[in-house]
Design a protein around this ligand. Structure first.
Ligand code: NAI
Length: 330
């Protein structure tokens, strides 16, 4: 199987090495097509993406992506946004679950967030009315709402989940969020086997930090989804353990949620777990469930044991040593 690998910036190369080592040790039979992209590549080449990268993703339909840096206040366009728009990856799927050995506030959290990835305020339709007033347009369409809501219900059905909760603010944004909620209520009727309910975004935040354990599948618009995804990652020990998948009809891009961590780049200090868990999601979705389980169990074992873990969770192992410990568990 051919998969495009984009190591990206900062710690990206180190954690991508970890994935390649694990993939070889698991005999996944993957032919990695490695491409450069990001701020470091831009500095040396004047281009954000290496030639051929987009074509290869189109051909294979699959990519695993490390973090890419987006300097604030420059004309530099986010590579993540560019990839999402090019391949219309409309659903961002983020599983969030507690891991024994990872210091966190809660145990037994096991929820999944479906974030709409293509519209809302993130369409970037903004303009200056005058020098002191800026407008941003929130765009919500029935088509994109229905697509993400169906994706959430289908996922719930296929993965033995019991409940899908719609997150919104329709009490204030009656047209935009009202449309999203109305679409949700209509589609929920097509899935009588899955329970459904809805919650206002501010109330959800309060409930999540008080007790996140009752939540199952959450489906929401782009901006709310962006914020609650990071909030939920924080509830179970941070971004070092947060994988995600950007899903379109023809392409899926798996990635670690965290950034390029420039403060520890090149020092063999990065925790590769999030990218390894994103790789496990890829294996699980593409006919290698047993290998995905093996990898997830190995990561969980090493972390539970706590002897060979990276500094972000209180250990003193390097990226390479952690990876070796995971491989030793196979
Ligand atoms: P960041 O996630 O890179 O770092 C925040 C903190 O978490 C830092 O202290 C870092 O050392 C630590 N950290 C992150 N990942 C880690 C890992 N795997 N192991 C151990 N420690 C880890 O966020 P920051 O500093 O806001 O962003 C840095 C750059 O990354 C920016 O240019 C930003 O645009 C980019 N970024 C890219 C993303 C992507 O490509 N998906 C997502 C988020 C940020």
């Amino acid at each position: 199987m051919q998969i495009v690998l984009i190591p990206g910036d900062g710690i990206g190369k180190e954690i991508a090495e970890s994935v390649k080592d694990v993939s070889a040790a698991l005999n996944c039979g993957i032919d990695w097509l490695e491409y450069e992209a990001g701020a470091e590549y831009y500095e040396k080449s004047g281009k954000l993406l290496e030639d051929g990268l987009l074509d290869r993703i189109k051909e294979t339909g699959l990519a695993l992506k490390g973090p890419t840096a987006t300097p604030i206040g420059t004309g530099f366009r986010s590579i993540n946004v560019q990839l999402r728009q090019t391949f219309r990856t409309y659903a961002n799927l983020r599983p969030v679950h507690s891991m024994e050995g990872v210091p966190s506030r809660y145990e037994n959290v096991d929820l999944v967030i479906f974030r709409e990835n293509t519209e809302d305020l993130y369409r970037g339709i903004e303009y200056m009315c005058d020098s002191d007033t800026a407008h941003g347009i929130k765009m919500i369409t029935r088509k994109a709402s229905a697509r993400i809501i169906r994706a959430a219900f289908d996922y719930a059905r296929e993965n033995g989940r019991k409940r899908v909760t719609c997150v919104h603010k329709a009490n204030i944004m009656k047209m935009t969020d009202g449309l999203f909620l109305e679409t949700f209520d209509n589609i929920a009727k097509e899935y009588p086997d899955i329970a459904s309910d809805s919650v206002i975004i501010d109330a959800l935040c309060m409930k999540l930090v008080t007790d996140p354990t009752p939540f199952d599948v959450l489906v929401t618009e782009n901006l709310y989804g962006d914020i609650i995804s990071d909030l939920c990652a924080g509830l179970v020990g941070g971004l070092g353990f947060a994988p995600s998948a950007n899903i379109g009809d023809d392409v899926i891009i798996y990635e670690a949620v965290h950034g390029s961590a420039p403060d520890i780049a090149g020092q063999d200090k990065a925790n590769p777990s999030a990218l390894l868990m994103a790789f496990a999601m890829l294996l699980n979705d593409h006919g290698m469930k047993d290998k995905a389980e093996k990898l997830n169990n190995a990561i969980a074992d090493v972390i539970r044991e706590g002897k060979t873990v990276t500094a972000d969770i209180g250990g003193n192992a390097g990226t390479k040593e952690f990876t070796k410990a995971v491989i030793a568990r196979f």
